[in-house]
Design a protein around this ligand. Structure first.
Ligand code: ADP
Ligand code: 5GP
Length: 200
């Protein structure tokens, strides 16, 4: 991987950053680069999910990997800020992860899908909303397949959902910024500049 300049600097706007966009568009690639470039400045909201871990993913770091039963129990106990079904699995942001990550004094970053974005908006949490858009649907499909993490059925479900995500992003005011992730370096610069913009 290319080396990136390292600047440990907290952004002036400390509101949580909610990143969304179709599966495979490059959300994780962009926020991991942000974390790497600015150590100790950001903390990922570690979601709960019922999907199995991918190779290289760690419990408690990438996700809390839980059973459907455990997910249901936490939902019933009002333990989630938001939760949704995606690709046949459940995903949710727990109140605990927001509290834990905020307590580190860093800016919290959420990587969530569209229904979760809508719930966060309704919750009144004062956040910034970033949408990552692919240069084309064909390129999105290429990236999703190229990542090699999904079987055919999962690719189909994710592409299907991508159409809804892209349509929602057209709603005026749905997001504070839409970054087209075509050239990765250019997209990263735009994303980073937004993150470090002073609060309006
Ligand atoms: P997401 O987190 O949105 O599901 P990922 O960050 O896992 O997406 O990226 C999906 C795939 O696309 C990965 O293989 C990644 O390396 C690749 N990728 C990300 N950004 C770009 C880009 N700008 N150009 C080409 N490939 C990219
Ligand atoms: P993946 O299985 O590729 O890790 O994630 C699939 C989708 O679920 C992505 O769009 C991701 O943003 C979303 N997601 C991950 N965690 C959460 C969460 O806690 N809540 C919601 N609503 N979506 C999530």
């Amino acid at each position: 991987m290319a080396s990136v300049p390292v600047t440990p600097l907290l952004p002036p706007d400390r509101r949580p950053i909610v990143i969304s966009g179709p599966s495979g568009v490059g959300k994780g690639t962009l926020f991991r680069r942000l974390f790497e470039s600015h150590p100790d400045s950001f903390a990922l909201s570690v979601s709960h999910t019922t999907r199995p871990p991918r190779a290289g993913e760690n419990d408690g770091h990438d996700y809390y990997f839980v059973s459907h039963d455990a997910f249901d129990k936490l939902a019933a106990a009002a333990g989630f800020v938001e939760h949704a079904v995606f690709g046949g699995n459940r995903y949710g942001t727990s109140k605990q992860t927001i509290a834990d990550q905020s307590a580190k004094g860093r800016v919290v970053v959420l990587d969530i899908e569209m229904e979760g974005v809508k719930q966060i908006k309704k919750s009144g949490i004062d956040a910034r909303f970033v949408f990552i858009k692919p240069p084309s649907f064909e390129e999105l499909e290429r990236r999703l397949r190229g990542r090699g993490t999904e079987d055919e059925a999962s690719v189909a479900r994710r592409l299907d959902r991508a159409r809804d995500e892209l349509a929602y992003a057209e709603t005026p005011g749905a997001h504070d910024i839409i970054v087209v992730n075509d050239d990765l370096d250019a997209a990263y610069r735009e994303f980073e500049a937004f993150v470090y913009k002073p609060r309006p």
